[in-house]
Ligand binder design. Sequence first.
Ligand code: MSP
Length: 511
Amino acid sequence: MQPIYITTPIYYANDVPHIGHAYTTVAADVLARFYRFMGNQVFFVTGTDEHGQKIAQKAASLGKKPQEHVDTIVQTFQSLWELLHISHDYFVRTTSTEHYQTAKTFFSRVRGQGDLYKANYAGYYCSGCEEYKDEQELVKGKCPLHPTLTVDWMEEENYFFRWSRYQELLENLFAEHPDFVQPPHRFREMHNFLKTGIQDIPVSRTTISWGIPVPDEEHHVIYVWFDALINYLTALGWGQDTTNPDSPKFTTFWEKGTIIHLMAKDIVSKHSLLWPAMLASANLSMPSHCFAHGFFTKDGSKISKSTGNTIDPRELCTLYGVDAFRYFFLREFTFGEDGDYSANRFHERYTNDLANDLGNLVSRTTAMVRKYFSGKISATPATQLEVWQTFSWKTWQTRMESLQFRESLDGIWTHINALNTYVDQEKPWALAKAGEQDHLASVLATLVEGLRHSALMLTPFIPTTTARILEQLGFPPASAKITPEQQQWQPVDTEVAAEGSILFPRVEHEP
Ligand code: MSP
């Protein structure tokens, strides 16, 4: 089975994490949990990007040293990931000694290939994007993405990366791997950008000092994007040993594995055009996929601190619970498209999907098993409900592998809704009254078995809740790896929990 390497972007440690960071990280976590469940060896990495002008400026504005500032911010990322049950295997920090070493090995290798040359740069720089800007990209003299910031005019000596040398290599990569960038509209966008011609870019700075010093030329620091992309190698331990840079994890996950980089559309060009060229220059192999999701707005407007319309992940978790948070964003928005957040929709989905459709079904089912069979049921369920024909384990797997999280949850909910309809049609209470014990047992076994499958399919999304569902139904917790037997529709022989706690308590809250 293919080893799988999953990464999120490393987030700027200039400020505390926000909803966009949480969205990518939860999605990556669901994917990592899915692949582990399928039995793949997974290495899942997230982390923080701690250099660059923006962070140096932010620290200065707070009267702090940059290191002191990032050390505080990084803790807020780590504690949010803990709260959200993110199961990363490694947290990379670009101020770590490991990253310094990997970045230096990488830089030296690219310089050794003749792909770095010194020249003077004169032009604009946006510290919001941490990017050089052509004059024609500016709108009224400002970066269109960061209209509240001024762009800086820069004149300095830099190392330039011969990005243009990799034009043909990138064209071949795009021609041979039409799924390299996903979804397809982002692939076309990047492909069109590539056709306009790649230009060399500066990859060191001499007018700022907050960065990794260039080997043997310490008055240069490595440009923040060049530094940041290398994190994906640091996490695997590449380049620590300069005489033998290929670490065992690198060999397993980079050379023999499938590499999936997740991000939003804002940084897909860096990952799909710059990063492959850097890797080619260092003589390393290409990532398999770059998947770019969309951006959120809130109630139709851009999310921004200055207008006060932020979405606080912690607040939502306190109010509705961590699993509701994990569920909502992946169910509500198509992964890959932009989405507009509304607190009303969150509340509605919590109440309808989680509390009513799922939570009530579990509590009704277990209550009926307790009432009619003293908690123990041993019966053959009816044949699978018809929805199983359209949304099977196979369909679930295909959708998960294609990062179609919403579609996967839609499918699981067709099961849950079909089970709810089934209860209404079969009316177990009427069967009990009529003394039709065998039929009643088969109906309840169908519900228990249907819920078992639904809980297993939901495990990568809402692992805490599904563990509770399985426990309430009297099943062992989901094993680390799903087996073909567990995916079979089978006779039920279980004792449900004596008392079930409510999975999704009512939230009395005016959104
Ligand atoms: N440090 C760079 C990434 C370097 S990766 C080698 C960076 N950091 S960032 O803090 O700005 O994070 C950008 C990422 O955060 C996006 O690609 C996306 O994953 C997430 N999001 C930030 N804002 C977002 C929204 N409004 N909506 C959805 N996700 C967004 O860029």
